[in-house]
Design a protein around this ligand. Structure first.
Ligand SMILES: [Zn+2]
Length: 452
């Protein structure tokens, strides 16, 4: 593979993904004769190349992966890593392990489908996704685990997703030691679905996400008020509200708030249909670990109907009365939402409510453009439905959250490298943290290294 392992006296971190962008999180730590990965995520718009080009290292030489959470941009390349020879441990929390089996099965299925449409073969298969689960080591938050006698690992609750973790590594011993903290994706203080995130530990190097650097989220009260207006208008027209949502995390958060706000009379009371088999399975994992949530978790509220089959989904889609249809496909690039869009996009009574970030070029982003038609699935469709965006359901820290969660360590954290953010967001956060009193804060470039 052309990769020659070297002995590194000082820890060296190379930023291999999520640099100047928000997908493909993967950072390589080399120290002495160990090689570890922080996450192993899939890039958006990945063009599979020759096997040697998939990883700029030999997967067989990686000792362990520290997995922050199970969104595919953080874990989606694990089956490929396995396929190409990785045989080390994967450290994660117990809910993360439960999600991982569901998410990787789905990820591999989608990759194989995509490969078939390109008349190519998909290198990773379900067997790869399955075998790596046997080597997951699950840790509780706050407990110290000796990965090696001179490598101590601790997870803290990142509060971004059930089971998500901030990774704290202590390398070395009394004589010379280094502390590296990797934020993964950080949660919010003001959307009380998960516990409130706590300040990060101090570090010699903090690798921190920056997705919403420079931005402030809408409050839950603002979101409920907007949703009230959109749903009231939809009911008046006798239409349906279609909500595309990512299956892991976003759907559960959304269903919880829809149910709670209906219960509290903050939004109109409507039947809710869920068309996402993966979200249903993920909801069951939430139920298994419900003690870790900050809310009373009810897997299927009374007003929710789970649509099991295609026929049930179509019957709900064409039912005469107003309702809310939550379906898989956060950016409308695939998933169950597609058939509902085909059924209702040309119906002016319909509201499409987007609750996730819509990356440029995706169908979700095209729906937001002020054009009378939209092209997808090989043809042009009349876009006569109303399209709304409700921001604020994000599971990511905003600018104020970052300052609050990092602030207490401004005198003890020596260097910060910003990942997982568009360049503008990463720059805004670097500026904010520097003004706050932090030193040596920089956004990273792909392939760049930092030696402690
Ligand atoms: Zn995430």
């Amino acid at each position: 593979m052309g990769f020659q392992p070297r002995f590194h006296d000082k820890p060296k971190v190379t930023f291999l993904g999520a640099a100047g962008t928000v997908t493909g999180s993967m950072h390589l730590l080399e120290w002495r004769n160990f090689r570890f990965l922080f996450d192993c995520g899939m890039e958006k718009d990945r063009k599979p190349g020759p096997r040697e080009a998939e990883f700029p290292f030999d997967p067989a030489l990686i000792d362990a992966v520290f997995l922050s959470h199970d969104h595919s941009d953080h874990c989606g390349k694990l089956p490929l890593l396995e396929h190409l020879g990785f045989r080390g441990q994967i450290y994660c929390t117990a809910p993360s392990k439960d999600f991982l089996s569901l998410v990787l099965r789905d990820t591999v299925r989608i990759q194989q489908q995509e490969a078939r449409t390109r008349h190519a073969s998909s290198p990773a298969n379900q067997h790869d996704a399955f075998t790596l689960l046997d080597r997951c080591v699950t840790l509780d938050y706050g407990k110290t685990h000796e990965v090696r006698h001179d490598v101590k690992l601790r997870f803290h609750d990142a509060c971004h997703l059930l089971g998500s973790a901030v990774t704290e590594l202590e390398l070395g011993s009394e004589g010379e030691s280094f502390r590296i903290v990797y934020s993964g994706d950080l949660g919010r203080r003001s959307l009380p679905f998960l516990p409130v995130p706590q300040p990060l530990p101090p570090a010699d190097l903090l690798i921190c996400e920056s997705t919403y650097g420079g931005k402030i989220h809408d409050s839950p009260a603002t979101m409920a008020a907007k949703l009230h207006e959109v749903l009231s208008d939809t009911i008046r027209r006798g239409g349906k509200a279609l909500i595309p949502a990512f299956s892991l995390g976003r759907t559960q958060l959304l269903l919880h708030y829809l149910d709670t706000w209906m219960e509290e009379g903050k939004i109109p009371d409507l039947p809710i249909y869920l068309d996402s088999p993966l979200a249903v399975e993920i909801g069951r994992v939430h139920h298994r670990h419900r003690g870790r949530l900050a809310v009373n978790w009810n897997t299927f509220p009374d007003r929710l109907t789970v649509l099991e089959s295609w026929d049930e989904a179509q019957a709900a889609s064409f039912s005469p009365d107003p309702c809310i249809l939550v379906a898989s496909g956060g950016m409308c690039e695939g998933g169950r939402i597609i058939s509902h869009l085909k059924n209702h996009l040309d119906d002016p009574r319909t509201s499409i409510i987007l609750v996730s970030f819509q990356a440029p070029g995706t169908l979700g982003a095209k729906l937001l453009e002020k054009k009378p038609s939209v092209f997808f699935q090989g043809r042009s469709w009349n876009k006569w439905a109303e399209v709304h965006e409700i921001k604020g359901f994000s599971g990511h820290a905003d600018h104020d959250d970052f300052l609050a969660l990092l602030g207490p360590t401004k005198n003890s954290t020596r260097a910060i490298r910003l990942v997982h953010g568009e360049p503008e967001s990463a720059r805004a956060l670097a500026k904010g943290l520097t003004e706050h009193g932090f030193h040596n804060v920089k956004p990273v470039k792909k392939g760049e290294s930092f030696t402690l």
